[in-house]
Write a protein that binds this ligand. Structure first.
Ligand SMILES: [Zn+2]
Length: 253
């Protein structure tokens, strides 16, 4: 029984043993971004959230007799052009992101790890579209939180599309890495309602054009660790469902 839920913590023989016997191993690939999340939350917010979802799901499957999840080293960079006006935004191209995801997955699949799931928390359309394509090309799963069936299970603010560094995301960081949130600043921020998907569909291609002059929308002042824990439990459950679905699908064929 491996001592860690983190794939890169294992030795090579331990990793090999996962393929030989025991529960079916499923590898989770957290994907994030480095970009401004208001004046209160860290640049790496999306990575923090993806890592937290993967960790929660892997721990919850710890005693499962049929499937075991391991968290891969994350892909911490994404396509982040919307936030380019702010210090700290780091963008990579669609081609780079696609190649990174596909090559990591192909490398593992070639060794016999047939079950991989991408877990993403950065929702810029070009980034999400690239991951959808990469998941398809690599033949791996993708927990796509922007899909209606998934989004419907998340909080009201998220469903309204005000999902950047507001109550939803800030709560998730508060529940997993509270020391990274500047709480005093957070409490003083006025709410800024915005339907980001609608603004994007209307052709606005950066935060400033959307009126997000401090790189957030929604209501960060209302964020709580308790809400973050609840959301995390929901996201983890959705991920575990997807993991089981994928493992089942291949057992049948
Ligand atoms: Zn974010």
């Amino acid at each position: 029984m491996p001592a860690s839920i983190y794939f890169a913590d294992l030795t090579s023989p331990r990793a090999r043993a996962l393929l030989d016997s025991g529960p079916v191993p499923v590898l989770l690939l957290p994907v994030g971004a480095v970009e401004p999340h208001g004046p209160h939350a860290p640049l790496g917010t999306d990575s923090v959230i993806s890592a937290a979802i993967c960790k929660h799901a892997a721990l919850s499957l710890g005693d499962d007799p049929t499937v075991r999840a391991f968290v891969l080293p994350e892909i911490a960079y994404g396509v982040t052009r919307y936030s380019a006006a702010f210090t700290g935004a780091i963008t990579i191209s669609e081609g780079t992101l696609h190649a990174m995801v596909v090559e990591v997955c192909a490398s593992l699949r070639a060794q016999g790890f047939g079950h991989l799931v991408i877990v993403n928390s950065h929702f810029e359309p070009a980034h999400v579209a690239t991951l959808r394509k990469a998941a398809e090309d690599a033949g791996v799963g993708f927990l796509d939180v922007t899909r209606r069936a998934v989004a419907e299970q998340l909080t009201a603010e998220f469903q309204r599309g005000a999902a950047h560094a507001g109550r939803y995301e800030t709560s998730l960081v508060l529940s997993s890495r509270p020391e990274l949130v500047e709480a005093e600043t957070m409490r003083r921020l006025p709410a800024y309602e915005l339907d980001m998907p609608a603004a994007m569909a209307a052709g606005q291609t950066d935060f400033l054009a959307m009126g997000m002059d401090r790189a957030y929308c929604g209501a960060p002042a209302e964020a709580t660790a308790a809400e973050g824990e609840e959301t995390l439990a929901t996201l983890s459950r959705l991920l575990v469902d997807l993991i089981r679905e994928r493992v089942q699908a291949t057992i049948r064929t």
